[in-house]
Design a protein. Structure first.
Length: 306
């Protein structure tokens, strides 16, 4: 299957709270390394395990790819992804054929879930709820019409099961099982797009970074945390972007491998933007760094067409 992070792939650990409490700190570097390594290995194996799955034919990116509004899920703001040119946002129904927009939506869902799972794992279920509920309310309903045409059964039941597990404060072992079932289902839907094409994946990464920039811009204003939820979301989207950079999509050729490696280094360089997911009132980061990384990803990806 395509992108399939298991519970231990949730890389974030600390979290904010609306009530005073001691701040969590990042888990040990060895734990983070194991997490990212496992995610990368799962992605690398996807290109071979699902080589015959999915839709026939190559993706045909359009100039503009369907995206949620306002970065992701913020009504009233038309945000479009970048393709071969600029244009007006297209209808959500286009996700049935637009692999880049489709995989971007699923990546945004994954980003939210990874944040929520990490918060729950850190002992902050009340904060996890908002991230676990958000995908269904704001993103899933947009991409859902594309599942039928693509031959994917969707994962609405799994999303509901995860939300229920959070609300009922299930033990971590149960949460891990529910989360794994959900991410497996998302992976099945991802396999219905051309996730093996490095050009497609590069554009998905670009979109995730750009959306992360929008979220960070909302979350951090003049170096101060203004919206902690959006600050966290930006982290989640960036982690999924990095996971795609380490995926099997870039294993096709030495040139593609070089592109993936460059993008991975670029994404990793963004990590200081989140010294913690429960920082003090100030952080030393700017959304421009994410927007710049999105633009740089586009430039790096040009090598794939040579």
């Amino acid at each position: 299957m395509a992108l399939n992070p298991l519970p231990r792939h949730a890389i974030m650990t600390d979290s904010p709270s609306s009530t005073p409490r001691s701040r969590f700190v990042w888990k040990a570097a060895t734990t983070l390394g194991a997490v990212t390594g496992m995610l990368a290995s799962q992605l690398t194996g996807c290109a071979s395990t699902v080589a015959t799955e999915g839709r026939e034919g190559e993706s045909q990116p359009s100039g503009t790819h369907a995206m949620p509004g306002g970065g992701e899920g913020h009504p009233g703001h038309a945000v479009q992804t970048r393709g071969e040119g600029e244009g007006a946002p297209i209808e959500a129904s286009a996700l049935a054929t637009d692999d880049i927009g489709y995989l971007t939506h699923l990546g945004l869902i994954r980003g939210h879930l990874a944040v929520g799972y990490s918060l729950y794992d850190a002992g902050l279920p009340e904060l996890a709820e908002t991230h676990m509920k958000h995908p269904r309310a704001e993103i899933y309903r947009t991409v859902e019409p594309a599942f039928g045409p693509r031959g994917c059964g969707g994962f609405g039941a799994e999303l509901t099961a995860l939300t229920n597990a959070v609300v009922s404060r299930q033990p971590q072992s149960r949460m891990a099982a529910v989360y794994t079932s959900l991410t497996d289902a998302i992976g099945q839907c991802e396999s219905r797009a051309d996730f093996r094409d490095p050009t497609v994946v590069t554009r998905v990464i670009e979109n995730l970074l750009r959306t992360g920039g929008v979220e960070y811009q909302i979350g951090v204003i003049d170096g101060r945390i203004d919206n902690l939820h959006e600050y966290q979301d930006a982290w989640g989207f960036t982690q999924i972007a990095g996971a795609w950079a380490r995926s099997g999509a870039y294993a096709r050729s030495p040139g593609a491998q070089a592109v993936g490696a460059q993008i991975d280094v670029l994404v990793q360089s963004l990590q200081p933007l989140w010294p913690s997911l429960n920082p003090g009132p100030r952080v030393n980061g700017e959304a421009a760094q994410l927007f710049g990384a999105a633009g740089r990803t586009e430039v790096i990806g040009l090598a794939l067409s040579r």
